[in-house]
Write a protein that binds this ligand. Sequence first.
Ligand SMILES: [Fe+2]
Length: 252
Amino acid sequence: MIWVPLYDTTQGCSSYVIGDEVTGRAVVVDPLETVGVDNYLLTAQEWGLAISHVLETHVHADHRSVARALAEAVGVEVGLSHRAPVSYPFRPLREGDRLELGQVALEVWETPGHTEDSLSFLVYDRLRAPEPWMVLTGDSLFVGDVGRPDLAVASAEGAEAAAAQQYQSVRRFLSLPDYVEVHPAHYGASACGGLFMSKKPHSTIGYERKFNRLLQISDVEAFVEQQLRLLKPPPEGAARIRGENLGLVVEA
Ligand SMILES: [Fe+2]
């Protein structure tokens, strides 16, 4: 497996280029405007890869995505949850879908909560093992924290319902073995998470199972209460950025 994380260290955003060294096919997940389309293309070229999939874990509200531009540059459609309310044509992804690069494959989990359209991707390297090696959790599970439930909903009731969904999604990650690596879409001081988010960009299921404070809560009501009580201010321009990432025309 070829594994190249590309980070925006200022905003605490993570994106990933994952390739199959035998077939030369690659997937890019959550490409960032601050990294730039050219850098993803260059990274793929340096590693001898051709980008066959461009995926988003969800429609982001804190930073601009270049998924559409990158997908267009390589001649594919962006892969997004079938629930994503975007205004442009895309490849709809559903629970259990598999994206095959060769021996490397990604499996789609629907993990709603942070947003209705939140996905996670289990990553397999079948040259090594039939079990998943890592999970790209988007904003569903962070290192030390979980994603906030309020950025894609219009009301306090909506945030409460989203937090309850988030509880179910994070419990699901606990069904994975301890050794599975956790690679979220954010780290550090990103405004997409809460107060406990680590500046370290990745972790394991075992470490989070034991030390993530939100994962210690085994009661949905207590989880929702904690999630809503500890909200940070929303990211600056969140509604406008989300609108741009949805492909909507936005007033200047
Ligand atoms: Fe997000």
